[in-house]
Design a protein around this ligand. Sequence first.
Ligand SMILES: C[S@@+](CC[C@H](N)C(=O)[O-])C[C@H]1O[C@@H](n2cnc3c(N)ncnc32)[C@H](O)[C@@H]1O
Length: 268
Amino acid sequence: MSTSLQPSTFAGIVALFHRISGIQLAASKQALVYGRLQRLALEAGEPSVQRYAESILKGQVSKAEMVRVVDRLTTNETYFFREPKHFEDLERRADQAGDDGFKVWSAASSSGEEAYSICMVLADTLGMKADWEVWGSDLSTAMVQAARQGLYPLDRAENIGPERLRRYCRRGQGPYDGQLLVARELRQRTQFLSANLMERLPENLPQFDVIFLRNVLIYFDADAKKKIVRSVLQHLKPEGVLYSGHAESLGGLDLPIRTLQPAIYAHG
Ligand SMILES: C[S@@+](CC[C@H](N)C(=O)[O-])C[C@H]1O[C@@H](n2cnc3c(N)ncnc32)[C@H](O)[C@@H]1O
């Protein structure tokens, strides 16, 4: 039994996914793509992954099925307090913020851990009575739904720290045993929406003090990166800052930003 797609089919899937998401899947991702499509094919009752992939390319699958395909092909790895330097910087900025509301956007929020980590820092620094809000957005609708739920396996709690765990997380009971739920007060401060960074951004997105655009640009070529950063910057306040993942360089892209520290940028 074959465990790979025909080369032209794999190339077709790569091109289609690039058109939809802007993400360039590398040739080295063949096995990963095959495995993910295999699960989808099985769920759709199609035993042949090759036939399933062909039906995608011929436009023979429903819109809902296409959403599932895009969801599965994106890489959603994330965790609480990933790259902690940004959270230390956020704390300093929140501490110095004025009274006119503090807004932070997690622009590729995946399952929400980044947005809720931001919430915990703001709740600690500004308190629950202050005017602050956190937004999260992602291409994957499945991730947006998971983020809204705020329910995670307990073993993801590792980086949260005992004090924040006690204050901001509830331990699941009964059917939720082994899981943690982010406290309602934090979930209420956070809105998650579906947004494709390659397309026009939602009209209701406000201006932010801080934007987290982390571990997503890595998948894009230079032109797409530029397009995304320019569009995201439209939502950054003039004195605001943008964080990128530490493995993602924004240098040499001719962008209207200046580096304050590694992976921390201001308008410039
Ligand atoms: C590796 S996760 C990073 C999550 C988080 N920012 C972090 O650093 O832990 C990348 C996320 O980017 C999302 N993504 C990929 N392409 C996107 C696009 N064109 N628009 C919006 N989100 C996208 C994926 O769905 C995925 O959830």
